[in-house]
Design a protein around this ligand. Structure first.
Ligand SMILES: *Cc1c(COP(=O)(O)O)cnc(C)c1O
Length: 494
């Protein structure tokens, strides 16, 4: 059975998964979803006893059924090779009574690598025979940008343009992006926050004049943000693989439910957990952990999604998000595919900044989803206590999840905390949390000090930035972003 996709906001236009992956966002502004989600379950007994690559192939074959078995196999082999620093890809390690799922062993030391090492390969296969060049345009709150640049750099027939909020990413994150090599990459800071950047990128995608000019040059725009089906699907794998690791360690029997706690921003990561559940994985609770920008906590508790609040800059910047785009997909499934209602809520959100769901929809959501938030102080306390009591060093995002899960009783299930970044990606804040004064220290000084203090080695991908040259110094206004994209296309696809 072929898995077909259409927009969350209307089901008139149906596309294959290849088309959905090439397009990114649906023409009406909705996100691509499939009505066949869950019609075909993965074989749990098999998943529980196989390794990462085999499970990745099963997940892709189920959700992206127009890729041939050979295409899937070659994408999986290419995405998860020695670009990851462990053959386990996403190893599970004990953390007190719970488990830490380490999602940060890829080339940029953050969980987005798991999807962004895969997406370019899926796109490259999808564009075969179509002939167009694809320019990826991405807004990033820090980690996505570098992961997209690493994934797409020098991939034939593609280019990648990344916008980040100037001054609102860590100095190491900034260097990771500004030093990116590759003939097909473009990077700029923008004056504004992440939501401004994302809103503007959505506008560029929807701009008929820009798209017409590019089409004439044989270029189509696409997205590498977590709204792309090709980003979402690879993330389903590690929920299943974590489950398999628990079985293989004897911590659970096949069929036991497991809870997952997910540091959340755009809702992509935790939504992949929901997909895993729909595909037959025995997921107990999915715990949505937020920082002080706790729109999602308030939403899950009250049923009202309200973005009308001040945007707070926290020490977990990749979660500083007021519009969690992927939530729209969950609304679609919770209403059994009621595009009209989803479209109306999204129109409310864009017009008034708020929408409220009926009780029966919220009840359905709460059957699976739970929530909690951590302030920066909570986050720092958790980093310190986790280091002191477990001798495990966690980053500021992971600590939000750990703090939220620590406040809850376990309800008798094994619990997995998703660890979304290597602690050295946020050295200054991790070091400060351990009680060291960091005034006047740059990112590298903090890295050195953290290494000295803990004996945990800094990853080469980050420490090596010291010698790298800044190649992308640009900063632009929001209304200049569209011109920047067109100029990048002209240069890359000349
Ligand atoms: C992107 C990111 C998150 C949030 O993930 P979403 O899929 O946007 O919810 C959490 N932690 C880190 C380190 C990230 O880079």
């Amino acid at each position: 059975m072929e898995t077909l996709y259409h927009s969350t906001r209307s089901s008139n236009e149906v596309v294959t998964s290849k088309q959905a992956i090439l397009t990114g966002i649906a023409p009406d502004g909705g996100l691509y979803v499939s009505d066949q989600l869950g019609a075909q379950l993965v074989d749990l007994a098999r998943v529980a006893h196989q390794g990462y690559h085999a499970t990745a192939r099963d997940v892709l074959a189920t959700l992206l059924s127009d890729y041939t078995a050979d295409e899937v196999a070659s994408c999986v082999a290419g995405a998860y090779g020695d670009n990851f620093d462990t053959p386990a890809i996403t190893p599970l390690t004990p953390l007190g009574a719970d488990w830490l799922l380490e999602l940060y062993h890829g080339p940029t030391c953050a969980f987005k690598d798991v999807a962004l090492q895969m997406l370019p390969r899926l796109m490259s296969v999808a564009r075969e025979g179509d002939g167009h060049d694809v320019m990826i345009v991405t807004a990033t709150s820090g980690d996505t940008g570098k992961a997209a640049l690493e994934g797409f750099a020098d991939v034939a027939g593609t280019g990648v343009t990344v916008f980040y909020p100037d001054g609102k990413v860590s100095d190491i994150q900034h260097l990771q992006m500004a030093t990116q090599r590759g003939a097909n990459v473009a990077v700029a800071g923008i004056r504004g926050n992440f939501d401004d950047a994302q809103t503007q990128v959505k506008r560029i995608f929807a701009d008929p004049a820009v798209n017409a000019r590019l089409a004439e040059a044989g270029v189509v725009l696409s997205s590498a943000n977590s709204i792309n089906v090709g980003r979402l699907v690879p993330q389903v794998t590690y929920y299943m693989d974590a489950y398999a690791q628990l079985v293989q360690r004897g911590a659970i029997a096949v069929g036991d439910e497991v809870d997952y706690c997910v540091p959340t921003g755009n809702f992509g990561d935790v939504l992949a957990g929901y997909y895993a559940k729909r595909l037959g994985l025995p997921v107990g609770r999915l715990i949505v952990a937020s920082n002080t920008n706790k729109v999602l906590t308030d939403f899950i508790e009250t049923g009202t999604y309200d973005r009308r609040r001040d945007f707070v800059k926290t020490i977990s910047p990749s979660m500083d998000i007021l519009i969690s785009s992927n939530l729209e997909r969950l609304l679609y499934y919770l209403t059994d595919g009621d595009c009209e209602r989803v479209a109306a809520w999204m129109a409310d959100l864009s017009k008034t900044g708020v929408y409220t769901l009926p009780t029966e929809v919220m009840d359905r959501m709460r059957e699976t989803f739970d929530c909690g938030f951590a302030t920066d102080d909570d986050t720092r306390d958790t980093i310190r206590s986790t280091w002191e009591s477990e001798h495990v060093l966690i980053d500021t995002h992971t600590a939000v999840g750990k703090c939220v899960i620590d406040r809850r009783a376990s309800e008798g299930r094994q619990r997995v905390c998703l660890s979304t970044a290597n602690p050295y990606k946020f050295s200054a804040d991790v070091l400060a949390a351990l009680g060291v004064r960091t005034d006047g220290m740059d990112g590298f000084a903090c890295m050195d000090a953290l290494q000295e203090l803990t004996g945990v080695e800094a990853p080469r991908q980050l420490s090596g930035l010291r010698e790298a040259k800044v190649l992308h110094p640009d900063v632009c206004d929001q209304d200049e972003m569209s011109d920047f994209v067109e100029a990048a296309c002209a240069r890359v696809f000349a």
